[in-house]
Design a protein around this ligand. Structure first.
Ligand SMILES: [Zn+2]
Ligand SMILES: [Zn+2]
Ligand SMILES: [Zn+2]
Ligand SMILES: [Zn+2]
Ligand SMILES: [Zn+2]
Length: 473
């Protein structure tokens, strides 16, 4: 089982992942970084934690570390300044620890630094408070409602509390919720996804049913039962609540939908992209064969969830064949020849076909190698590319998509990536569709179960959470 994204805030046991509502936890007294539910859990984890624990303790006792930062006693309410200070602190800590350990930190260890609790107003962590004998307090306290926002003193909390409790913008969260409510949602999501035995299957769930006709996809994203969205259904609920009610009941149905949205956002974003690229014209829903190219596909993300793409067939009852071509340096070779995927009995009976093919290469190389055999797809889509970090090869790909007039859509994990990628697309010559259709904007079919940004006090990311842009020519 992967470690809880919350372990670093020592609210779940590092040894067995129980959270602090299931069992009281005690923190490692040497490094204050992690917590355990029992001596037994601590003992099993010690061989893994030992060297890091010692490195942390020695670095923080070093006066050189403490001389790095001047701690302001008055709180700041400017989130951007606070984010910048936090980033500086975390990078400095991680670099110092890496030097000490003479090895790079693992992703899990990096989380221990970037996700450690810190005062919302001044960025003090528990370690800083302890080693600096802060005059303000002896330990961080947490918001009584979400227990995922922290403060060093009542003074600081009173100064910044409003930032935590006021409704956030759509860019930052699921519409209408405050940071505190988002945190409470996160807690419920994690508890469900990690400790409810039924939950695992919903992380890779798609309903086994065929719609009788194509129904246009909504773009309504309101917070269920909250504020202005009172009683209104989100597009996710419209699309899946009925299917879910047949397999899981009550409050767990909504939690399952939130879990399932992480995977289902791929087929649903494909359908939404096709719908918006084709406008009023719905002839694409009646085509014999639909071909989708998935760019930058990877064995970590798209490949293990490929079963979910049958949802495309299930929402397009008139289409006979769905062909998915996954192209990217990180796909596997197992399907380098076209593979007939096993459909559900219903599709099988109707003789519908669902074909997958993988090509391990960059997309622009794929296009040039295919040369005259290149078959223009109905859609080329790139999920969560992080194109802004691997600029040059993505720029090549974007150029080819524009030159060949391939209908294309790019998605991103968050707003800042979407804005960068949208600029890259325009620089490659793309004429983007209206911003409210395919970006840069929030994707109504992005995952609704989100993860806090490690380097921001307020900020979230999620699978396909943003659309960077879409174009036809
Ligand atoms: Zn434990
Ligand atoms: Zn420790
Ligand atoms: Zn503070
Ligand atoms: Zn709170
Ligand atoms: Zn089927």
């Amino acid at each position: 089982m992967p470690p809880l994204p919350l372990t670093a805030v020592y609210q779940s046991c590092e040894g067995c992942f129980k959270d602090d509502t299931q069992s009281p936890l005690r923190r490692c007294s040497k490094c204050l970084s992690i917590a355990y539910c029992s001596a037994a859990s601590q003992k099993t984890d010690w061989s893994r934690h030992k060297s890091l624990c010692k490195a942390i303790a020695s670095v923080f006792e070093d006066p050189l570390y403490r001389a790095q930062f001047v701690w302001d006693d008055s709180p700041s309410t400017d989130l951007q300044t606070n984010d910048e200070l936090w980033r500086t602190i975390v990078w400095f800590e991680m670099e110092t620890i890496q030097k000490q350990l003479k090895r790079p930190l693992s992703a899990r260890e990096r989380n221990m630094f970037s996700r450690q609790p810190k005062c919302f107003g001044c960025s003090r962590t528990d370690r800083i408070i302890r080693f600096d004998n802060s005059p303000l307090c002896s330990a961080l306290k947490s918001c009584p409602d979400c227990r995922l926002a922290f403060f060093c003193s009542e003074d600081h909390w009173n100064a910044v509390k409003h930032l935590h409790t006021q409704p956030l913008s759509a860019a930052e969260n699921n519409v209408g919720l405050s940071h505190c409510e988002m945190n409470q949602q996160l807690r419920m999501d994690l508890r469900f996804q990690y400790s409810d035995p039924e939950a695992r299957r919903f992380l890779e769930w798609a309903p086994k049913r065929t719609k009788t006709r194509w129904e246009r996809l909504g773009s309504e994203q309101v917070a269920g039962g909250k504020r202005e969205g009172q009683g209104k259904k989100t597009c996710w609920e419209e699309a899946f609540s009925q299917d879910l009610e047949q397999v899981i009941q009550g409050a767990r149905a909504m939690l399952s939908l939130r879990a399932a949205s992480k995977g289902l956002s791929m087929p649903m974003t494909i359908l939404y992209a096709l719908q918006n690229l084709n406008g009023e014209n719905e002839s694409w829903t009646k085509k014999d064969t639909i071909v989708v190219h998935i760019l930058g596909a990877s064995i970590k993300t798209e490949v293990p969830k490929k079963q979910l793409f049958e949802e495309i067939l299930h929402r397009l009852p008139e289409v006979k064949t769905l062909k998915l071509i996954l192209v990217g340096p990180e796909v596997d070779v197992s399907d380098s020849k076209p593979v007939d995927m096993e459909t559900c009995p219903d599709c099988g009976q109707k003789g519908r076909k669902w074909i997958h093919q993988h090509h391990i290469m960059l997309y622009h190389d794929f296009v040039s190698r295919q040369s005259t055999r290149f078959e223009k797809p109905d859609l080329a889509i790139a999920f969560n590319t992080g194109a802004s970090d691997h600029g040059d090869s993505w720029k090549e790909t974007m150029k080819v998509l524009v030159e060949r007039k391939i209908p294309s859509v790019f998605t991103s994990y968050n707003e800042s990536e979407a804005l960068t990628e949208s600029r890259m697309l325009r620089e490659a010559g793309a004429t983007l569709l209206a911003q409210n259709q395919l970006g840069p904007c929030r994707n109504p079919w992005g995952a609704i179960s989100l993860t806090p940004e490690p380097f921001q006090f307020i900020g979230w990311y999620g699978a396909n959470m943003w659309l960077a842009g879409g174009f036809k020519n």
